[in-house]
Design a protein around this ligand. Structure first.
Ligand code: SAM
Length: 438
């Protein structure tokens, strides 16, 4: 069945790990075939909201994710502020950006000089590793550059003198210097401050999208920052090019493009609700009209929240406690500056995942809903799957007697019975498995 994905232009996260954006052509037809027009579909573990965005042109959706950033993306397209006076909004942002930039002039000039000339490659490597307010607030001034230490300290004092608290510049305090340039984080903070002041929370998705566009890491993810040094302790050869191209991206021009897309979003045809809560509580609360649950839980031990921690902190706008690591008896902040309270999903813990899957299938069955499960069988030593697909099917078969498997990479659609051996043979790509009762 060909499903039109036109009119689905919505602000979801670009370059987002685990996003099902490229699989929508496979996911949507199955859901649409298996449901009636007035049914409600639950997008469990909604993440970037890419599935909800596309699906909401065809069915009502309840999206569920335990992290706030997901709700921000979904609220952003399901209830966009299209009446926004964007000229006035942008004027306020400019004004706030000017105010904040004046408090960090010297630091911004230093950063600009490092990014303009590869002569300063040592200073740049040191900056990318150490220029972090949150790190300084925990560990004091320990960078290899006295100049940088002085600039950071001066800036902290100037901020204090002007009654600017860490929470007022959450992006700069938490991630400036490490994941973005300070010039970019000050712009992000300016937008967040105007949003907060003017109660425009439904526009936060634009800021999260901006963060995804600007971030300076390998692959533009948030799991870990750039490591500026090679194995001999020298700055990496590629460092200057990589850092200067991302960190000099003009945040305002990028934001104007994102805001324009936000304001031009096609409203969803059907109702969308976003719930920020644990999957189990959400399944218990689902109304009776929900007949299909699309489930895309995390599968690796990595704890997916590492990949979303920057978005989550920008969404919450707080100054979180940072997790620590112990190397040779020395305790220091995690390199990625991860939130200590980042969500540790039961689906990522070997001893808890079987029960979590049992809860998922049992509660879906009790609600009379089918389950369409996304599963990626790709694995390597670094990222092993917490559960094998055969184990998951074994759990599902306690409640469902029929399954249909779709292998995405080969676009082959195979109807199989629940003999796990049949599945093993066709493991090359991403799998979609529909569990139902016949
Ligand atoms: C693989 S991602 C989902 C990707 C999504 N389908 C998309 O297209 O962007 C997994 C999501 O599950 C969420 N999650 C993990 N454990 C959860 C739980 N116990 N309850 C609710 N959501 C959870 C994470 O916050 C994350 O956003």
């Amino acid at each position: 069945m060909a499903i039109s994905l036109e009119n689905t232009k919505k602000i979801t996260a670009p370059n987002y790990l685990g996003s099902k954006l490229r699989m929508l052509n496979d996911i949507l037809p199955i859901i649409i075939k298996e449901t009636e027009e007035d049914d409600i579909v639950c997008d469990l573990f909604s993440g970037s909201g890419s599935v909800t965005a596309a699906l909401s042109n065809h069915r009502s959706v309840i999206s569920v994710d335990i992290q706030n950033y997901s709700n921000d993306f979904i609220d952003g397209f399901s209830n966009p502020l299209i009446e926004l006076d964007s000229d006035k909004f942008l004027e306020c942002i400019d004004c706030e950006f000017k105010r904040l930039s004046l408090l960090a002039v010297e630091l911004l000039e230093y950063e600009e000089a490092l990014l303009a000339d590869c002569e300063h490659i040592f200073e740049l490597a040191n900056f990318i590793e150490n220029a972090s307010f949150i790190r300084y607030s925990y560990e004091g001034f320990t960078s290899k550059s006295k100049n940088l230490d002085r600039l950071m300290l001066n800036t902290i004092n100037t901020l204090k003198e002007n009654s600017v608290k860490a929470e007022d510049i959450a992006a700069t305090w938490n991630f400036g210097g490490i994941y973005f340039s300070f010039k970019q984080t000050l712009f992000i903070d300016s937008v967040l401050n105007v949003i907060k002041e003017q109660h425009l929370e439904n526009i936060k998705s634009t800021v999260l999208s901006l963060a995804c566009t600007l971030v300076n890491t390998i692959g533009k993810q948030f799991a870990q920052p750039l490591n500026p040094w090679d194995k001999d302790g020298e700055p990496k050869k590629s460092l200057f090019k990589k850092a200067s191209s991302d960190r000099t991206l003009d945040a305002k021009s990028s934001y104007l493009r994102i805001l324009e897309s936000y304001l031009n979003q096609t409203p969803s045809k059907y109702n969308v609700e976003s719930w920020c809560m644990d999957f189990k509580k959400a399944l218990e609360k689902l109304p009776s009209g929900v007949t299909m649950i699309y489930a895309d839980p995390p599968y690796t031990r990595d704890h997916y929240s590492r990949f979303y921690h920057v978005l989550e902190t920008l969404s919450l706008g707080d100054i979180p406690e940072i997790s620590t690591v112990k190397i040779k008896d020395k305790v220091s902040l995690s390199k990625g500056l991860y939130r200590k309270d980042r969500h540790q999903s039961a689906f990522c813990i070997k001893s808890q995942a079987p029960e979590a899957f049992d809860d998922l299938f049992r509660l879906a069955f009790e609600k009379g809903a089918k389950v369409l499960l996304s599963y990626s069988p790709f694995e390597n030593e670094e990222h092993p799957r917490v559960m094998k697909i055969e184990e998951i099917i074994g759990i599902a078969s306690r409640y469902f007697n029929d399954l249909e498997q779709t292998t995405i990479t080969s676009f082959k659609h195979n109807k199989l019975n629940s003999n796990p051996n049949h599945l093993k043979r066709g493991l090359p790509g991403e799998l979609l498995i529909l569990f139902k009762n016949s």
